[in-house]
Design a protein around this ligand. Structure first.
Ligand code: UDP
Length: 371
């Protein structure tokens, strides 16, 4: 590998977007390497033999309110109008998550639900989103009862399974992603733009990378010896790995999927069903819902959370916590000292980005570096 202008390490969203911008807007050569055998990072999807599009690393639902991000991606794909909803099984009842007024009436008897609804509207605004850790701070007896119920039945066990610790010990921003929502809107996201790329994420990333100035090399590990061969390096791998773990390993959560095939049209009533309280898995994905795939079979994946262990499994979630952020900062300071090496993406920035934020970060970094 030699002499190109730019090396991009990692062919996920972040790497593909920065590569495209350098290739197209700066008319520079870009070599993209990825240690995996496929592009698209953890958004990688493929059609299996029953023609169902499988999200290999778990459900990916695109949503954004950012015009720039949406406009950028629309050059490379159309999206369907899929609106994500999540069903949760609480006390044996199938209901909606985030917890909203519909959930309230699904769970509680009519008179109690109605009283709680009145109380909620007395203390909060209609359409307000209240993070559970905020919602717990209630003086009103009825609302305290409700907050404790939601904490126990929606957040406590799910979060303990997902993060290995109770919600109180996870950064508040994590559980705030799924607030108590004072609304009848059952959608998981309220962003202006949402959907699934019509031909899948892998094709989207392929289209982004499809430029005469871009060369992609799969099954290719990053080596430090490559740095001197390029004008700039954009690194989307884990920043601690780049620095050979000199300050210690940044912790991550990983997940494992147990795939099952059933000879039936649908296994469950929704693409994702959460099991906050029972079972070892957190949720079950049923993939055919996303692109409305037709098949007399269905494929589901049960999702189990576990710690990330180097060499054993993949990194999925940075763990936002003060001590981890401090450790990340040490690496970020080292990174600042390096000329022409830039870190981005969930792993490079050690941030729990959604896909749209990863794209935005790449768009902004490009402006900073070469725009
Ligand atoms: N969460 C929960 N119960 C649920 C859904 C979410 O406790 O039924 C909490 C949990 O801590 C989870 C976080 O909210 O990690 C964020 O959920 P989200 O669905 O955004 O996670 P992701 O899809 O990124 O894994």
């Amino acid at each position: 590998m030699s002499g190109d202008d730019n090396l991009v390490v990692g062919a996920g969203f972040s790497g593909a977007v920065i590569a495209r911008l350098l290739a197209e807007k700066s008319n520079e050569k870009v070599t993209v390497i990825d240690k995996r055998a496929h592009i698209a990072g953890n958004s990688y999807d493929y059609r299996d033999e029953s023609a169902i599009m499988i999200h290999k690393y778990g459900s990916h639902i695109f949503h954004t309110s950012n015009e720039k991000v949406w406009k950028f991606l629309r050059q490379f794909t159309d999206f369907n109008q899929y609106m994500h909803k999540v069903v949760a099984v609480i006390d044996g009842i199938h209901t909606t998550i985030p917890f909203n007024f519909n959930t309230l009436y699904d769970i509680f008897p009519q008179t109690l639900a109605s009283r709680l609804e009145d109380k909620l509207l007395k203390f909060f605004d209609y359409n307000q989103k209240v993070p559970i850790l905020e919602f717990l701070k209630q003086n009103d007896k009825d609302l305290k009862f409700l907050a404790d119920y939601i904490y126990e039945n929606v957040f406590l066990h799910y979060t303990t399974k997902q993060w290995g610790v109770a919600p109180m010990d996870v950064d508040g921003a994590v559980t705030a992603r799924v607030p108590v929502y004072l609304s009848m809107d059952n959608r998981y996201f309220q962003d202006k733009y949402q959907g699934i790329p019509l031909n899948g994420y892998t094709t989207l990333i392929q289209n982004i990378l499809n430029h005469k100035n871009i060369e992609v090399r799969l099954n290719t590990e990053f080596e430090h010896g490559l740095i001197d061969k390029f004008k700039r390096v954009f690194y989307t791998g884990s920043i601690d790995e780049f620095f050979n773990y000199k300050f210690g390993e940044l912790p991550y959560r990983s997940v494992r999927f147990k795939m099952e095939t059933y000879n039936m049209e649908y296994y469950q009533q929704n693409s994702v069903v959460n099991y906050p309280c029972n079972y070892d898995f957190t949720r079950i994905h049923e993939y055919k819902y996303y692109l409305n795939d037709k098949s007399d079979k269905t494929i589901i994946a049960k999702e189990y959370s576990e710690s990330f262990i180097l060499g054993k499994n993949d990194r999925y979630y940075p763990i936002p916590a003060p001590e981890n952020n401090e450790l990340y900062k040490k690496y970020a300071q080292e990174a600042e000292l390096l000329k022409n090496i830039y870190f981005l993406g969930r792993l490079g920035d050690y941030k729990y980005y959604n896909m749209d934020k990863a794209v935005l970060r790449a768009l902004e970094l490009f402006e900073e570096v070469a725009g």
